[in-house]
Design a protein around this ligand. Sequence first.
Ligand code: KIV
Length: 279
Amino acid sequence: MYSSVKKAPNGADARPYEPEKNPAIRRLTAGAIKRRKGKTRFPVATAYDAPFGQFVEDAGIDVILVGDSVGNVVLGYDETTPVTIEQIVHHSQAVVRGTARAHIIADMPFGSYQVSNEDAIRSAIRFIKDGGACSVKLEGGVYEADRVRAIARSGIPVVGHIGVTPQTAGLGPGFKMRTHRDRLIDDARAIESAGAYAIVLEVVDHEISREITEMLSIPTIGIGSGPHCDSQVLVLHDILGMYSHSPSFAKRYAEVGRLATEALGAYARDVREGTFPPQ
Ligand code: KIV
């Protein structure tokens, strides 16, 4: 038998998320996140499955992104572009099952919104209805503002994402810091006026991030964009130190990859030496 993810990691009783029995437990809404602007700096982390969704929520992080970074850090791809709608739906469902109150943002993968507004709305609906997510995120500035508007008008809360946009990084200056002030400000304004409730700034010059944060009425969620944003997001595997390499802007709060290898090595040794199971 497997351990249930509904048990708290410290072995405490099953989690109390039974919405049909306890309607008081509600997920954080997009509106509540938007109202944090200028009041509370808040952390965001990615998660891709039930146990880590639970760990993130139990750590007090109430906004979780099911990023298309799942392609790199979980599925073994070198980039995010191969990630499919089905995969984001599948991973969102798992994170939703592992959490109770957190706001879950589903990342719209490459190909799920570029073709038309109708396509974008249809994909966004899948992440909400099938994936169980609370809102969606998509990459792009001025050129994708129309998609953000269409999805927001269909009633689905949207997060924008400008600066480095990994889905199309191969077309431009790659993952280098973005420093074109006027272009970034146009992108940020376009996404805000299209109806996004928050915006990710990825690897944007720190002073430009500060300017955008002060200018917009929606929270900025920074990654590699300095300390002035309203919020910060990091990829779970970078926070936990799961791999030997992590981006220079990330901070490794643990060395989980090394610990996992050591624990597995100890188990393998015990089996080989006959010390597990005990006689
Ligand atoms: O996919 C992802 O994890 C992201 C964050 C890095 C913002 O988009």
